[in-house]
Design a protein around this ligand. Structure first.
Ligand code: ADE
Length: 247
C-alpha cells in the first residue's frame, strides 16, 4: 500500500480521507494519480473544482474531495503549509473527525493515539466480545487504549488493520455485533448515484443547462432539481442565467 511507504503528512492525509469510505483496492488505483495531479497542499489549494473531481473519480462521496481541498486551503493560507500536529487541531479541519485525526497522528508522526475504524473494530469484537450483540465503540475504545503498543503505534495499527482485513476473509463478520453495523443501502437508483451522474455530466461538458444535464443523466428524473440545488449549496456548482458550471 503506497500510503504506508510515505511519512509526508499531506500524503497520509489524502490517503486517510480516501480510505474513510472507500476500499483499499479502489484507493490504490486512484491514489498515485491524485498525488501526481496535486503533489502538495499548495497545489491542491489552487485546484479548480472540476480538476479535483476528475482526480477523485471512482472514489465516491465527492464531498470529501471538496473538504480535502478546503483543508489544503486552510493549511496553506493560515499555517504556511504545515499540517497541524495534534488531534484537537486536526479535527478543526473540514472532513476530519477524531478517528481520521488520530490515524494521521499515528501514521504520519508515529504518535500513540487510539482510534477505531472498521478493521480495528472487527479485531476487538472478535477477540473481546465473541458472543452477543450491541457492542458499542464506547466499550471498545478503552480496550484499544489499553492494548496499544505505545512505543510503536504505526506498526501496531498497520498490523491491527491487516488482522481485521484477514478476519473479514476467515470468520463470520464480527462487526455484525457492533451497534454501528448498517446494511449497505442499494447504490442503483439512489440519490447518491444521481449526484454522481450529474457531476460526471458536468465533467464531460463543463457548462450545461438543466435540460442538457437531464438528458445526460438518462432522461427526466423528478429528483434532479433537488440534486442540483444541493450541489449548488454544497459548493460543487454555480448557476448563472440557468446554466450550471463548476464553482
Ligand atoms: N490500510 C488499510 N486501511 C488503512 C488506513 N486507513 N490507513 C493506513 N493503512 C491502511
Amino acid at each position: 500500500m503506497p500510503w504506508r511507504r510515505t511519512r509526508v503528512p499531506y500524503r497520509i492525509l489524502v490517503s486517510e480521507v480516501m480510505l474513510q469510505q472507500t476500499g483499499v483496492d479502489r484507493v490504490r488505483d486512484r491514489y498515485a494519480a491524485f498525488l501526481r495531479a496535486f503533489p502538495s497542499f499548495r497545489a491542491l489549494a489552487h485546484a479548480g473544482t472540476g480538476e479535483v473531481l476528475a482526480a477523485w473519480k471512482g472514489l465516491g462521496y465527492n464531498r470529501r474531495a471538496l473538504a480535502l481541498r478546503e483543508c489544503a486551503r486552510i493549511v496553506s493560507s493560515r499555517r504556511n503549509g504545515r499540517m497541524p500536529r495534534t488531534v484537537d487541531e486536526l479535527v478543526l479541519l473540514p472532513g476530519i473527525g477524531r478517528a481520521t485525526a488520530s490515524a494521521i497522528m499515528v501514521y504520519a508522526f508515529n504518535l500513540p493515539r487510539a482510534f477505531i475504524e472498521t478493521n480495528i473494530r472487527r479485531v476487538y469484537i472478535h477477540f473481546f466480545f465473541p458472543r452477543g450483540g450491541g457492542v458499542s465503540d464506547a466499550r471498545i475504545m478503552p480496550l484499544v487504549e489499553r492494548t496499544m503498543d505505545t512505543r510503536n503505534p504505526r506498526e501496531w495499527f498497520y498490523a491491527l488493520m491487516d488482522y481485521g482485513a484477514m478476519l473479514a476473509q476467515t470468520v463470520p463478520n464480527p462487526n455484525l455485533r457492533s451497534t454501528r453495523y448498517r446494511r449497505q443501502s442499494a447504490f442503483a437508483g439512489s440519490l447518491r448515484q444521481l449526484r454522481g451522474k450529474v457531476l460526471q455530466a458536468m465533467l464531460d461538458r463543463r457548462v450545461a443547462s438543466r435540460g442538457e444535464i437531464s438528458r445526460a443523466v438518462g432522461g427526466p428524473d423528478g429528483r434532479l432539481p433537488e440534486v442540483l440545488r444541493q450541489l449548488v449549496s454544497e459548493g460543487f456548482l454555480r448557476r448563472d442565467n440557468g446554466r450550471y458550471s463548476f464553482r
